[in-house]
Design a protein around this ligand. Structure first.
Ligand code: ATP
Ligand code: MG
Length: 639
């Protein structure tokens, strides 16, 4: 199979990149003008490092841009096609959404919410989640969405940090046929939080619940409310939301995003990357509890007036064909998901997607982790049937929107599996060494951003110092992403994993992503994670964990041998792990990312730290047992 794929959609608009290169500030001003502003800004960018002010003085409203502007031409067009794991569905047109958002905005006002107040939203993937967010945006309240899989301790921390006056939740949500009792979790979380004035409870599952004096039912509140609420004219820098990061590398950070810059970034990238057309059906599988859901389930598609699928439930429930049956039924044309989900689909076997009609798909995307080239090729062949470009989009909660990606909407580019291709127009990314000097092609280094970009976080909520320390202290006047990358001879970017996760073996630095991809390229392996443990001679030795595909018959000792050989051949003997353990699960965050810091902590016998964002505690126990067995066998050998 080739390693370069020349496939594009035939769109070519070189002027965009040229304009961005000649003057990135006026380039972004031109992009911002594509949104509807109540009045224009005075200065495009005020850069007082590390604080960037985009379009200050410009007045704008996010819900107006997501809804009001479409009412005339697209009022009857489906905005959200909601599908539940049970098969139940609901369609909301742009007009329906507009009405609900206006009404809920009036409800919030009637409960005393004003501009700048924070509202925590702890809802499953139901249309009332974007409705709540847009209602906040309409009146200038700051939404802070907490992923509905979190426990009461995690949600309490986030409510306390943001000092939310209202929590919006539901009687429950569906996951694998079970009802998750969200309202009970909120009750526990807010027990001693007097500043929480009300809890609004959506009647979603209709399970009986206990109401307290703070509780108000969504259905009751919405009765007889006016369906018109003037959108607040907000300064471009007015905070739109706080969102806590996934917590892959440590305690989650409360990222604060503004309005005008953020919307400009999301609007531009959504159009460029997904080449969105009026008749497209867009499906992003991310939960709105994460940034991908904010930017590319809520704001991006709605700003463009696109029709999208919103799914509530597990992607493999009631069976492993759920995603493909949705794509077939609703004629999805653009599909955006994560490497972790793709590895799972791949593990189930090709016969599952192969038995569905996926012919409406024309563009595929991924986000969240480096995609192993093997998985990329599977996505391309089995899902895209060799006709859909795949965009591998690198970005972070902090960047607000995509920063590195192929952009089929504006340019045709050859794709290389595992590379995100190039930075988007108007952003300045480079890869540097420890001293901040740009590295030569194909050399690994730190990915940094050299100039402000419109989707850039304003700060960390209530903590400018932490904002400075976390992102702006490692290199002077540059944003430190915490990721490890290289740029090849063609200018293509390759993300090589978290800088914290780098392995240092006998003086060589080996990226986790590279090694894991090599292991995953073995035909029987579905997933892999590697980490280092201290070694007197080599400094560090590598320990690898792998999850095998379903129904593998081969002897595991033989598979190990083959993996070792592959690593020696593809990367070099230096990268050979000391041990490979086959496990059923890897420890992951609830957003699906492998938590290597846990593997490392277990290996080094350290305390595990904040694991509030861990998906499944059982995986930690499994990895811990594998480690203990390993340590025992090492000790036996040494004695
Ligand atoms: P925390 O910052 O709390 O550790 P997190 O970094 O996992 O959590 P997010 O902002 O959701 O939180 O994730 C951004 C990170 O995800 C990036 O820094 C990068 O490591 C990884 N990532 C996202 N997209 C890609 C991609 N296309 N290729 C490689 N890595 C990616
Ligand atoms: Mg991060």
């Amino acid at each position: 199979m080739p390693n370069i794929f020349n496939i594009g959609l035939g769109n070519d608009n070189p002027a965009i990149r040229e304009n961005a290169e000649s003057d990135y500030i006026s380039f972004w001003a031109d992009q911002a003008k594509k949104l509807s502003w109540f009045s224009s800004w005075e200065k495009t960018l005020q850069w007082n490092p590390p604080f960037a002010k985009w379009f200050e003085g410009g007045l704008i409203n996010a819900s107006f841009n997501a809804l009001d502007i479409h009412q005339k031409d697209k009022g009857k067009k489906p905005a959200i096609i909601w599908v539940a794991e049970s098969g139940e569905s609901r369609i909301l047109t742009f007009e329906d959404l507009w009405i609900e958002v206006n009404k809920f905005a009036n409800v919030l006002k009637s409960l005393g919410i004003t501009k700048g107040d924070r509202i925590t939203i702890y809802l499953p993937m139901v249309p009332e989640l974007p409705i709540s967010m847009l209602a906040c945006a309409r009146i200038g309240a700051i939404h802070t969405v907490v992923f509905s899989g979190f426990s009461s301790i995690s949600i309490k921390e986030r409510i306390e940090d943001s000092k939310s006056k209202i929590v919006v939740t539901s009687d429950g949500g569906y996951r694998r046929g079970q009802i998750v009792k969200l309202k009970e979790v909120v009750d526990e979380a807010i027990q001693n939080l007097d500043f929480v004035k009300n809890v609004i409870v959506l009647e979603h599952t209709k399970e009986p619940i206990q109401l307290t004096s703070k509780d108000k039912l969504w259905g009751e509140l919405m009765k007889g409310v006016s369906s018109e609420c003037e959108p607040e004219k907000l300064d471009s820098l007015h905070p739109l939301y706080i969102l806590y990061t996934s917590g892959t590398t440590g305690k989650p950070k409360g990222v604060l995003h503004g309005t005008g810059g953020y919307l400009t970034h999301v609007h531009s990238t959504f159009g460029w990357a997904f080449d969105i057309k009026d008749d497209d059906v867009f499906f992003c599988t991310a939960d709105i509890g994460w940034v991908t859901g904010h930017s590319y389930v809520v704001y991006g598609p709605l700003l463009h007036g696109a029709t999208e699928i919103m799914y509530e439930g597990a992607p493999d429930y009631p069976d492993s064909s759920k995603m493909w049956s949705i794509i077939q039924k609703y004629k999805v044309s653009i599909f955006y998901t994560t490497p972790t989900a793709l590895r799972m689909f791949m593990k189930f076997g090709d016969h599952i997607p192969n038995s569905f009609d996926l012919s409406n798909l024309r563009l595929l995307g991924t986000v969240g982790e480096p995609i192993n080239p093997e998985v990329w090729k599977w996505y391309y062949m089995i899902i895209g049937k060799e006709k859909c470009p795949i965009i591998d989009t690198w970005w972070q909660t902090e960047t607000g929107g995509m920063m590195i990606s192929a952009l089929p909407g504006i340019e045709t580019i050859s794709l290389k599996p595992g590379s995100g291709t190039r930075p988007i127009p108007g952003v300045h990314i480079s890869v540097v060494d420890e001293n901040g000097i740009e590295v030569t092609p194909n050399t690994k280094g730190y990915l940094i951003i050299k100039k402000p970009w419109p989707g850039m976080l304003l700060t960390l909520w209530g903590d400018d110092e932490k904002f400075k320390n976390a992102y702006w202290s490692k290199f002077p006047n540059a944003y430190y992403s915490g990721d490890y990358a290289k740029i090849d001879q063609d200018g293509y970017f390759w993300l090589l994993g978290r800088a914290d996760d780098v392995l240092k073996i006998a003086g060589h630095r080996i990226g986790t992503a590279e090694l894991e991809s090599c292991i995953v390229s073995h035909e029987d392996v579905a997933e892999s994670a590697v980490c280092g443990i201290p070694d007197n001679v080599k400094g560090e030795v590598i320990i690898a964990f792998a999850v095998l595909l379903d129904n593998v018959k081969k002897n595991s000792e033989l598979i190990k041998k083959e993996i070792f050989e592959k690593i020696r051949k593809d990367i070099g003997p230096i990268a050979t792990p000391k041990q490979i353990h086959f496990v059923k699960k890897l420890p992951k965050t609830r957003s699906g990312k492998i938590m290597r810091r846990l593997l490392k902590a277990i290996a080094n016998n350290e305390t595990i730290g904040d694991i509030s964002t861990l998906e499944d505690g059982a995986a930690v126990t499994e990895v811990q047992t594998a480690f203990n067995n390993l340590l025992e066998s090492i000790n036996e050998k040494n004695n």
